[in-house]
Design a protein around this ligand. Structure first.
Ligand code: IYR
Length: 216
């Protein structure tokens, strides 16, 4: 066993600062909402690139970092993505989805129309790499990439940008439209931008802490 190590770069915070920070982050994250009505106003793309860089710091199985983020701003590519996504969504809403699933979506007011795929100034398509380019094995791929998506959504929110996690299913078309290698699989499509003027969101609540936390 001879693996190289370096000293951990860790900042020990005073307890009052830890508490303050945890309260501030909870407050900020309580205000994150999925947005489906975007302004077409441009956003600072360097913020998005840096958020992707931050997401790339996530832990991953055997540190294989099995993710690719494709940042799409080209209107022609956005239109292609919208058209292909809406074709899948029409099949979903038009019969592929079970009645119970559609009933569960009713309160969100979603349908097969996805104008946000063109309105939002940027789309981030997150791909999983089940294997490396050279055929090497990757591990816990969906877990790893999902963690990176969480970091990405959180970072974008804290940097003042609205997002949506959109998952048209199946998402194979994204691989084709974006020219990604065969082994990559799209996991999530994330429109990013400012909310449209007067944007409204579904009236939903989150579970209270005592409904999601068990302490032993
Ligand atoms: N992918 C579809 C349907 C949909 C599914 C779930 I689960 C949602 O939380 C929201 C929507 C769509 O994007 O409309």
């Amino acid at each position: 066993m001879n693996h190289p190590t370096i000293p951990l770069d860790f900042t020990r915070l005073p307890e009052d600062q830890m508490i303050q920070q945890s309260e501030a982050l909870l407050k900020a994250l309580t205000r994150r909402r999925s947005v489906r009505d975007f302004s077409d106003e441009p956003i600072p793309l360097e913020v998005v690139r840096r958020a992707i860089h931050a997401a790339g710091q996530s832990p991953s199985g055997a540190n294989k970092q099995p993710w690719t983020f494709v940042l799409v701003t080209d209107p022609g590519i956005k239109r292609q993505i919208r058209e292909a996504a809406e074709a899948e969504e029409r099949a979903f809403y038009g019969g592929r989805a079970p009645e119970t699933w559609l009933a569960d979506l009713d309160h969100l007011g979603t349908d097969a129309e996805k104008p946000f795929l063109e309105q939002a100034p940027a789309l981030i398509v997150v791909f999983c790499q089940p294997r490396a380019d050279d055929g090497g094995q990757h591990y816990y791929v969906r877990e790893s990439v999902s963690i990176a998506c969480g970091v990405l959504l959180t970072t974008l929110h804290l940097c003042g940008l609205a997002t949506l996690t959109h998952t048209p299913s199946p998402m194979n078309f994204l691989q084709e439209v974006l020219g990604r290698p065969r082994q990559e699989r799209a996991l999530m499509l994330i429109p990013v931008g400012y909310p449209a003027q007067g944007c409204r969101v579904p009236d939903i609540t989150r579970k209270p802490l005592d409904a999601i936390l068990i302490e032993r």
